[in-house]
Design a protein around this ligand. Structure first.
Ligand SMILES: Cc1cc2nc3c(=O)[nH]c(=O)nc-3n(C[C@H](O)[C@H](O)[C@H](O)COP(=O)(O)OP(=O)(O)OC[C@H]3O[C@@H](n4cnc5c(N)ncnc54)[C@H](O)[C@@H]3O)c2cc1C
Length: 350
């Protein structure tokens, strides 16, 4: 029996939201995606600077599920493998703590930037005018014309407000803390809020540094010959040379991610203070003491899931409200994709 076409809102155009939206749209539903940012991709994004881009959210992604592989195959030119010189583990002084193991799985990056896959998946929605950017959902309420349906209150550029009416289902593809806040503020679905109470996600401070005095491949690198490393330094968990990634500008650039514990401890510190501390740690680990021409920090309030929901999505069928996102399953791009996909399949079958 053919499924009834439904009018469905997806809040958030990160990987989970887009995986969910494209699946439901392909199944014949009328899907509207509302995204508060000016572009798609969420935490799988890049930051543009005069010296080249930094992947200041997800650094790379891996592919283990054939469904993710099939979805990626729809946009084959939007990703390339990144040979990170076999990721190694360093002690706080930058010495090798564990031998670098040859990577057992490919490390992929979006090209020319991390958001390339999200942009490719969003293109059909854009073509049909089904993606609303710069649109933050502020409240979920029952539709004034049909109390079985939902309407969404939003705020946009220059504080413009708008109401999107007539949704049979609303799917929140946003970080768990924001989802809980939106449901609480809307006084809907206390049962769903309770189910995500136990989820824990650590913040992450990210440092971005550019050294235009070193340009690949004509000059040698500054500092180490490796391109990516895990670190046991108490402040730093990960370092990567952005300029070693395919399709990136050649200026030597490093992205440094602070450890979950240190980021949590310093989550409310001001940017300049955090930047100074992370730059000092960066010099200790890499031996690069040169002054960067560009230095910037970014705080992610939701970065690495510590305690996931333990199920790939949450769905309240009588209410027509659902939740998805990486935090349902883990902390990887692929977790976000699987979560969005499986919620869409459930909603379609409902
Ligand atoms: C620093 C950092 C490093 C990482 N490194 C890796 C890595 O190396 N490999 C890996 O696999 N994963 C990594 N991740 C995790 C990966 O980025 C995430 O798993 C994935 O991108 C999450 O996708 P999502 O769609 O669930 O959420 P998000 O990407 O957060 O998408 C949510 C979207 O919802 C929007 N939104 C929020 N609230 C509203 C609202 N009220 N109205 C409208 N829109 C709203 C946001 O703007 C955003 O676009 C990293 C994450 C961070 C932060």
């Amino acid at each position: 029996m053919p499924h009834k076409q439904r009018n469905i809102a997806v809040i958030g155009a990160g990987i989970a939201g887009l995986a969910c939206a494209r699946t439901l749209a392909k199944a014949g539903h009328q899907v509207t995606v509302l995204e508060k940012a000016a572009s798609v991709g969420g935490r799988m994004t890049s930051c543009d600077t005069p010296f080249g881009s930094f992947d200041h959210g997800a650094q790379y992604f891996t592919v283990r599920d054939p469904r993710f592989e099939r979805a990626l195959a729809t946009a084959p030119s939007s990703r390339k493998p990144w040979s990170a010189n076999a990721v190694r583990v360093l002690d706080p002084h930058g010495r090798l703590a564990e031998a670098a193991l040859p990577s057992r799985e490919a490390h992929w990056v979006g090209v020319p930037a991390m958001d390339a896959i999200a942009l490719a998946w969003a293109a059909p929605l854009v073509a049909q005018n089904r993606l609303q950017l710069n649109t933050r959902v502020t409240r979920i309420v029952r539709d004034t014309l049909d109390s079985r349906r939902w309407q969404l209150h939003t705020s946009g550029a220059e504080d413009s407000v708008h109401v999107f009416p007539g949704f049979d289902a609303v799917l929140l593809a946003i970080p768990h803390g924001l989802a809980a806040g939106l449901l609480r503020f809307s006084s809907v679905a206390p049962g769903l809020v309770q189910q995500i109470d136990s989820v824990e996600v650590a913040p992450c401070w990210t440092l971005m540094l550019a050294f235009p005095q070193a340009v690949q491949p004509t000059l040698t690198h500054l500092g180490p010959q490796w391109n990516a490393a895990l670190s046991t330094h108490h402040r730093i968990a990960w370092l990567a040379r952005e300029s070693s990634k395919p399709g990136r500008a050649p200026v030597e650039r490093w992205t440094v991610q602070a450890s979950a514990a240190w980021s949590q401890e310093h989550v409310d510190d001001d940017g300049p203070r955090v930047q100074a501390k992370l730059q000092k740690a960066f010099a200790e680990v890499t031996g690069i003491h040169a002054e960067p021409t560009y230095a910037q920090v970014h705080r992610w309030r939701s970065a690495k899931t510590q305690t996931p929901a333990g199920q790939s999505f949450l769905w309240d069928q009588p209410l027509g409200l659902g939740l998805c996102g990486d935090w349902c399953l883990g902390h990887r791009v692929e977790d976000a994709f699987i979560s969005g996909l499986e919620l869409a399949l459930k909603v379609h079958a409902a």
